[in-house]
Write a protein that binds this ligand. Structure first.
Ligand SMILES: CC(C)(COP(=O)(O)OP(=O)(O)OC[C@H]1O[C@@H](n2cnc3c(N)ncnc32)[C@H](O)[C@@H]1OP(=O)(O)O)[C@@H](O)C(=O)NCCC(=O)NCCS
Length: 234
């Protein structure tokens, strides 16, 4: 039995974003650069110490998730496009934000792709709305009180990042924030489902038909979103 590191644990919060056969691990601890393999460390080049710790925390969560599938000691290197090289037969996603890191992993035979994003809850303030939100999204948010608006803006940002991370391994397509629109949850609860729509023709439409459905959660000062694309053809 591998010795479990107490700083990394199954995430009961983020698990609610994914089917049960996706393993989600989280950590509130700083990553230990000493835990990286030589191959992983080499992928970082001359990164700043903060980035090295963040990268190490992500690898730590991902390794613990892979252990749940019986894979130990996996070297999780980085492609030129910055995507992690998951072991053959697995897909996953890593996200880090200040003070928190998580990884979600599933079997490739069940999922074509997984996308996870976690943000600090009020990260997207009005000065950033035009950068991340479409005019329609801004108009809907403009009708809300300011704190609720920032929380919703952060949720839309997180949804776009998680969706991007889920679609990219299937399409290799770069997306701008204006290329997709998020249908906001009507009742503004702290958890639930949301849909992403294309605002232009996207490569994903040829690979995975609409609706593109994800789940979100607002918890402990964070906003998180998860997408999975299973193999089912619709
Ligand atoms: C990939 C990206 C979405 C990361 O989001 P972020 O909120 O800054 O950072 P996160 O910590 O949540 O995620 C970073 C992790 O995503 C993964 N990642 C990086 N590029 C990725 C890609 N193209 N596809 C999937 N996952 C990717 C990596 O595991 C990375 O962590 P690591 O470098 O430590 O391994 C972002 O940096 C990016 O490349 N954006 C460009 C496209 C975009 O944002 N378009 C608008 C949205 S539609």
């Amino acid at each position: 039995m591998p010795v479990l590191d107490p700083s990394v644990r199954p995430s009961s919060d983020l698990q609610s974003l994914f089917p049960r056969n996706v393993v989600v691990m989280e950590s509130f601890a700083e990553g230990d650069p000493g835990s990286l393999s030589a191959g992983e460390a080499a992928c970082l080049g001359r990164a700043l110490p903060k980035r090295v710790r963040e990268f190490a925390a992500g690898r730590h969560c991902a390794r613990r998730a892979l252990e749940r599938f019986g894979l130990t000691g996996w070297d999780l290197r980085v492609r030129e496009d910055r995507t992690p090289v998951w072991p053959e037969g697995f897909v996953g996603s890593i996200s880090h934000t200040a003070g928190f890191c998580a990884a979600a992993v599933g079997r490739r035979q069940e999922f074509r792709s997984i996308g996870l994003d976690v943000e600090i809850a009020l990260r997207v303030t009005p000065d950033l709305y035009t950068a991340f939100l479409t005019p329609g999204e801004q108009a809907a948010i403009g009708r809300m009180p300011s704190e609720a608006a920032d929380k919703m803006a952060t949720l839309l940002f997180s949804a776009k990042e998680a969706f991007y991370k889920c679609q990219y391994p299937m399409t290799s397509e770069w997306l701008e924030f204006a290329d997709i629109e998020v249908d906001m949850p009507a009742n503004h609860l702290d958890k639930g489902g949301l849909n992403v729509r294309p605002a232009r023709s996207l490569a994903l439409e040829q690979k995975f038909p609409l609706p593109w459905h994800g789940h979100f959660l607002i918890f402990g000062g964070f906003v998180a979103t998860g997408f999975v694309f299973p193999w089912t053809e619709r």
